[in-house]
Design a protein around this ligand. Structure first.
Ligand code: NAD
Length: 499
């Protein structure tokens, strides 16, 4: 990989301001430290969701490229696994510094290919970079165990070794953070990787990989295969003999099918899947805080987050006031292109996403829900749907059961806590729940009854690189972030020893 700060042909030039020069972006595959076209010679377009126009094209990797990338990762594996933890830590820390210095550039790039507002993109860059810093700190804290066997006859030693080649598959909604949340712990643990980013947002992933090269990651440790045919390419990545694990973030539907594929080779799997988060407000909640939390939990990325508040369960005493105040706030948001600094809500990712939100709102209205604001797609270029509040949403409305992935807030009224808990848990998902109450003691007791891997108690944002992120039920397997995230990429080796 190049480490030059000078502009290079086909590579990115100066990145220390907000200007993204599309002509100099990396758009080829990264295999074994070399940027090269796809073996298929095909390319596919990357579209700006704010306009519907093509930004550029990227290499359309095929099965041969997948095999080559795993081979490159395998070749680099022994060297990286034996690189001193301190060296790995310093490279990750350098990556943090580079990404932080280029925050505005990355924010603009994310906003261009994903459509999210610049404020959201800036938050994502800060969050994404933080994984490099956090795992720079964790890389030198991999400790084993030593114990006397219960019989007293011998000692038990547990050593931790890198799992080996890891395949990382990421979604489009956080193109930087979902990549660094996997790359940083994998590299800290001593694994080499093949990253397969979402076809909607490959440019950010390629830029992150280039940055890692500049930070000192050796050739072959990080490989990137972009493709418009994820099914075939990911199958080839998982089938390749050296592959030892899959870390996937995306929909439950695709995750379920990848678990079956991975099962054939008994690969270790870390799965971050979909959600259907309830945002619960009790009568005694501080409504000002609940409203602020709701704006973040619902509107971050225009509702396109796995942690997005999918349904609002509001106790009867505050239901009317909350509905009116939320409507007022959402109705006033400025909807516009992500890169326009005035925009407070960007577009959805594509036409399919708009059609899905439209279907869910129409279904709810057909079943008796009322629209307080929004409720109709915007007639303008790009893929826009306005912030929408639905009240009187009946229990059988699809919007309460499917991931909305858009700026729609369906409200449901409840009276007693047992009914609320039953409704909150009435889903196959279990990623996150939000709960607002002034009575923290009661709130903590309720967190035990919520079937979720994470709970925001009087908070509308839970993500933190230092915390274990992940779901229960069909929202996933394993955790990312925190010290736990490192262990996804480490294998315990038990050594029975007599001294
Ligand atoms: P997706 O499942 O469609 O795609 C995710 C990734 O899988 C992409 O890289 C895509 O190219 C790839 N993919 C798609 N079809 C595939 C196939 N048949 N075989 C192999 N790979 C395939 O999801 P998305 O639309 O990109 O992202 C949105 C989803 O991701 C939502 O469900 C959201 O909740 C979830 N998500 C979860 C988390 C989490 O941490 N739990 C975080 C972000 C997003």
């Amino acid at each position: 990989m190049t480490s030059s700060a000078e502009p290079v042909p086909g590579g990115t030039g100066v990145k220390e301001d907000a200007t993204v020069d599309l002509a100099t972006l990396r758009t080829d595959l990264l295999v074994g430290g070399t940027w090269r076209p796809s073996s298929t010679a095909r390319r596919f377009p990357v579209v700006n969701p704010s306009t519907g126009e093509t930004l550029t094209t990227v290499a359309d990797g095929g099965v041969d490229d997948a095999v080559a990338a795993v081979t490159a990762a395998h070749t680099a594996a022994a060297g990286w696994a034996t690189t001193p933890p301190r060296t790995r830590a310093e490279i990750l820390r350098h990556a943090f510094d580079l990404m932080t210095r280029r925050a505005e550039w990355f924010a603009t790039l994310i906003s261009l290919e994903n459509g999210k507002t610049l404020d959201d993109a800036r938050s994502e860059v800060a969050y994404a970079a933080e994984f490099f810093r956090w795992y720079a700190e964790e890389a030198v804290r991999i400790r084993g165990e030593l114990a006397l066997a219960p019989s007293g006859a011998n000692r038990m030693l547990v050593d931790y070794q890198p799992v080996g080649v890891a395949v990382l598959v990421t979604p489009w909604n956080f193109p930087a953070a979902m990549a660094t949340r996997k790359l940083a712990p994998a590299l800290a643990a001593g694994c080499t990787v093949v990253l397969k980013p979402a076809e909607e947002t490959p440019l950010t992933a390629l830029a992150v990989a280039e940055l890692l090269g500049e930070a000192g990651v050796p050739d072959g440790v990080v490989n990137v295969v972009t493709t418009s045919e994820p099914g075939a390419v990911v199958s080839a990545l998982l089938d390749a003999e050296p592959t030892r694990m899959l870390s996937f973030t995306g929909s439950t539907e695709v995750g379920r099918s990848l678990l079956r594929t991975a099962g054939d080779r008994v690969l270790r799997c870390a799965m971050e899947l979909g959600g259907n988060a309830p945002f619960i407000i009790l009568d005694d909640a501080d409504l000002d805080e609940a409203l602020e939390g709701a704006m973040i939990a619902k509107m971050r990325n225009g509702g396109q987050a796995c942690t997005a508040a999918n349904r609002f369960l509001v106790q009867a005493g505050v239901y009317e006031e909350f509905a009116q105040r939320l409507t007022d706030r959402l109705g006033r948001l400025v909807v516009g292109p992500g890169t326009d600094p005035r925009s407070q809500c960007g577009p959805l990712i594509d036409e399919r996403a708009v059609a899905k939100v439209e279907r869910l709102v129409d279904d709810a209205v057909d079943k008796g829900a009322r629209i307080l604001t929004g409720g109709r797609r915007l007639d303008r270029p790009g893929f826009f749907y306005p912030p929408t509040v639905l009240v009187d949403v009946p229990a059988d409305a699809a919007v309460l059961h499917e991931e909305v992935f858009g700026p729609v807030a369906p409200l449901v009224r409840f009276d007693d806590l047992d009914t609320m808990i039953a409704t909150a848990n009435d889903t196959a998902y279990g990623l996150v729940s939000y709960l607002y109450t002034r009575d923290v003691r009661r709130g903590l007791a309720l967190t035990r009854r919520l079937e979720a891997g994470m709970v925001g108690l009087n908070r509308g944002l839970v993500s933190d690189p230092a915390a274990p992120f992940g779901g229960v039920k069909q929202s996933g397997l394993g955790r990312e972030g925190s010290h736990e995230g490192l262990f996804e990429y480490l294998e315990a080796k038990y050594i029975a020893t007599s001294w």
